[in-house]
Design a protein around this ligand. Structure first.
Ligand SMILES: Nc1ncnc2c1ncn2[C@@H]1O[C@H](COP(=O)(O)OP(=O)(O)OP(=O)(O)O)[C@@H](O)[C@H]1O
Ligand SMILES: [Mg+2]
Length: 354
């Protein structure tokens, strides 16, 4: 079931939270809305579900206009951050809820419940109450409850954020497995970039009620089109620079330490000011200049040992600072105060329009 959103506007009172948003989600896609708190992720998801009305624009499921349909007529399953299970019902009764609401009764219901619980690995817990379950088990029940009605669209609002780090990864895998198995169009909301990158077919990075960039995880991470996206997905050094002489995909960028060559990612905009985006892990630190790289002298300000990598804050002079990461647990490192060489590869430095 494909979802098509055209020129959608959503308002609370007088305030436009979403204005003129258009988006195409292909059938079977695992689509993630990624963005910081307050950017409108939940609002957009609840509008797709039908809990929040659209003030303008339209919403279509496989070509059928559902803009004015109530939630229970939209064939959606929904999973919330706080599980939203009925505390006074058993696991079986919780999962039965959607089936009963659709008028299903009898042996078929029992079989569907058993199947759904089996699929999320909870076949043995049907008679428990939610209070006697762990957080991860509760979220699995919520997932079974959403899936048991065989929805055409699965909507999930930060379903992993109440779980600890290990469980989060486990349930992440359960969710992607079930999604692929049933090939069910999924809209997943998160502010966690790692979740978004690891689970999605497509990511829409949201900023103030709009989708700022849409792409595969690789596209979003490797080719962010704005400083906002570069900084929200992964971390990025962003250096304002004067630009000159673009040729064969490269552009000369001067951020105050003499020009370097960088990849021209301005989307055709011929500006003479831009932003150089340097991923910390793309920078090369060494004691001496390295062949094949553009070398800048730097001083180590501070360093953080992080186990699998070490993160360095470097002073480039002229008020410029960048963060560089070196990978490998046995890396000896450079001490604060040390003079080092920062190597920049033109292919890994990207210039976007400012
Ligand atoms: N019922 C409401 N009435 C008025 N304003 C609201 C209502 N719900 C949300 N808002 C506002 O709309 C904006 C978007 O909120 P929304 O809940 O969609 O953000 P979000 O991206 O899901 O954030 P979070 O990551 O914190 O859950 C916020 O400014 C919020 O204050
Ligand atoms: Mg939210």
């Amino acid at each position: 079931m494909g979802i098509r959103i055209d020129d959608l506007t959503v308002t609370y009172g007088k305030e436009n939270v979403i204005s003129g948003l258009s988006l195409d989600i292909p059938g079977g896609c695992f689509f993630t809305l990624l963005g910081p708190s307050g950017c409108g992720k939940t609002t957009l998801l609840r509008t797709i579900a039908g809990f929040v009305p659209a003030a303008g624009g339209s919403l279509r499921f496989n070509g059928t206009d559902v803009t004015r349909l109530p939630p229970h007529k939209r064939a959606i399953g929904m999973v919330f951050q706080d599980y939203a299970l009925f505390p006074d019902k058993t696991v079986n009764q919780n999962v039965a809820y959607g089936l009963h609401a659709r008028g299903e009764r009898g042996a078929d219901v029992a079989r569907k419940i058993a199947e759904a619980l089996e699929r999320v690995g909870l076949g043995h817990l049907g008679n428990r109450h939610p209070a006697a379950l762990s957080g991860g088990q509760r979220q699995r029940v919520a997932l079974a409850r959403a899936l048991v009605i065989k929805p055409a669209v699965l909507l999930m609002d930060e379903p992993l954020s109440n779980l600890d780090a290990k469980l989060r990864i486990q349930i992440r895998e359960t969710i992607t497995e079930l999604q692929r198995e049933a090939n069910i169009t999924t809209v997943f909301v998160t502010h966690d970039q790692e979740e978004a990158l690891s689970m999605s077919d497509l990511i829409g990075v949201m900023n103030r009620g709009a989708i700022e960039q849409l792409g595969t995880p690789q596209q979003i991470y490797a080719t962010p089109r704005t400083g906002y996206v570069a900084d929200f997905v992964g971390s990025a050094n962003r250096l304002p620079a004067r630009l000159r002489g673009a040729a064969s995909g490269l552009v000369e960028a001067d951020f105050g330490r003499g020009p370097i060559m960088a990849t021209d990612a301005r989307d055709g905009a011929q500006t003479d000011e831009g932003l150089v985006i340097l991923r910390p892990e793309s920078l090369h630190l060494s004691a001496a200049p390295q062949e094949g790289l553009q070398n800048l002298a730097a001083t180590v300000r501070s360093r953080q040992y992080l186990g699998s990598k070490t993160s360095y804050r470097l002073d480039l002079g002229k008020g410029l600072e960048v963060v560089a990461e070196l990978h490998g647990p046995s890396h000896d490192g450079f001490l604060p105060g040390a003079a080092v060489n920062l190597g920049i590869n033109a292919a890994e430095a990207r210039v976007i329009a400012a």
